[in-house]
Design a protein around this ligand. Structure first.
Ligand SMILES: *Cc1c(COP(=O)(O)O)cnc(C)c1O
Length: 443
């Protein structure tokens, strides 16, 4: 705020000493043309300023309007998939630029078969590549994982029962609650087992007893049940005579991480992956595009071609379908995975930087105190798992001053110190981060 109010231009003043008449809305708006905002928005700012009896505040109001628009921020929280900051980072790929808005910025063959000159299928491009990536027969892309689960249940189980363990009736955050999603899809929730222990037999009893259309497993993405616990392996539920749908949520496509030169990082251990879950016997998996997949907001349904087709034909598929920008971005992301160039995927690039490299960057910033830190994946994945990291800390609570930078810097505050973790910061932003940090400290 302070940077803006300093540059506040003075309102047109009378030079004769009498009280100036307020400027017209239009001339005040014209005087702000340099901001680059469309005239209609400047008129709003001018009108509000005049109505408040403070025409001189118009520039500040216009600047506030501009600040409230979607714009880049520097994520120095060390939370790789920060839900408030758009989850997976996009558009800052290290080499190939694969994470940015991809091909279909003009016209595209989104739903056109250029070979035969007939209507094509929007699920053929990214969907086909994502299927290959997870070893599935087919895949379908919708708006997010919540939509993917709702669609799968609506298409495969409306009016019938869905067996879910009482230990997996979870809330993921942002309003995704399994019992409500089941109800919304038109299916009936059939609870099996207990909070801490559920066995194959519990599912078997449910599927034999009633009209159960499918079994749904839900990954405990953002919490863990520890102690006296039991849950069947996916493979144990593969032969119950009904489809098995596993909502893995996080979007890790393959435990082997062939796209990473160094193989799977230690902190990933135990996270379920699409390929292995399908290989173990799941008929469908659902996952997010913007968690460990590292892509745009999307939801993917992958698995048996017959079941994916049933989902695709359901009316909700039309309501939930992804647009060309998302499908294009996912297509180039899938190609990057298939090229095994994980380093070109911003999420994986950031997640796998050696801590020594981060420490060297922290030292080069020349501000604050260099310190070791613990980053997290966040976004409702891998609770409690820490990734060794490094950054700088500043004396006192600097959060507000850092957010006020030309590019807002989002940091963490603990015990009267402010921590800036470099794991989630693009090295190209280091210079501006240092400038913002220095000015926040008044040095
Ligand atoms: C994150 C998550 C969801 C919700 O995904 P969105 O893409 O945010 O809709 C659903 N299920 C699980 C298991 C998740 O981890």
């Amino acid at each position: 705020m302070s940077a803006v109010s300093n540059s506040r231009p003075t309102a047109p003043q009378s030079t004769t000493g009498e009280r100036a008449r307020p400027p017209s809305v239009d001339s005040l708006a014209q005087s702000l043309a340099g901001t680059g905002l469309p005239h209609g928005l400047l008129v709003d700012a001018a009108r509000e300023a005049i109505a408040a009896g403070d025409p001189g505040s118009a520039a500040e109001r216009a600047a506030a309007m501009e600040r409230s628009l979607l714009r880049p921020v520097i994520n120095a929280t060390g939370v790789l998939l920060h839900t408030n900051l758009g989850r997976a980072p996009l558009g800052t790929a290290a080499a190939g630029g694969t994470g940015g808005p991809a091909t279909p910025l003009r016209y595209s063959n989104l739903e056109f078969d250029t070979q035969r000159g007939v209507r094509g299928d929007r699920h053929a491009h990214a969907g086909g590549l994502l299927a290959k990536l997870c070893g599935a027969e087919a895949a379908l892309v919708v708006n997010n994982c919540a939509a993917a689960v709702t669609l799968a249940l609506g298409a495969l189980a409306a009016g019938r029962g869905v067996a879910v363990s009482r230990g997996e009736l979870v809330e993921i955050g942002g309003g995704f609650r399994v019992p409500e999603i089941v109800a919304q899809s038109g299916a009936r929730l059939v609870e099996v087992g207990t909070t801490n222990r559920t066995r194959r037999q519990d599912y078997a009893v449910a599927t034999e007893a009633g009209d159960v259309a499918l079994c749904l497993r839900v990954h405990q993405s953002n919490y863990r049940i520890v102690g006296f616990t039991e849950a069947p392996a996916v493979g144990e539920l593969a032969d119950l005579g009904v489809p098995l749908v596993v909502d893995i949520g996080s979007g890790l496509v393959d435990e082997a991480c062939q796209w990473l030169a160094g193989g799977p990082p230690a902190w990933l251990r135990g996270e379920p992956a699409a390929r292995q879950t399908l290989a173990a016997g799941a008929d469908l998996v659902t996952f997010s595009g913007d968690k460990l997949l590292g892509g745009p907001q999307a939801g993917i349904i992958a698995g048996s071609a017959e079941l994916v087709q049933r989902c695709a034909r359901h009316p909700l598929a039309r309501a939930f379908r992804a647009g060309g920008l998302v499908l294009g971005t996912l297509q180039s992301l899938a190609l990057t995975y298939l090229h095994r160039c994980g380093d070109d995927i911003p999420f994986w690039h950031m997640a796998t930087r050696p801590v020594g490299e981060l420490r060297a960057r922290a030292e080069a910033l020349g501000v604050g105190e260099v310190c070791d830190m613990a980053a997290t994946t966040g976004g409702g994945t891998l609770p409690g798992v820490e990734i060794p990291s490094a950054g700088i800390s500043l004396e006192g609570d600097m959060a507000a001053a850092l957010r006020d930078g030309d590019v807002p810097v989002v940091a963490r505050v603990a015990g009267q110190r402010t921590y800036l973790d470099l794991r989630t910061v693009d090295p190209a932003d280091d210079a501006i981060l240092a400038t913002v940090a220095r000015s926040a400290c008044g040095t």
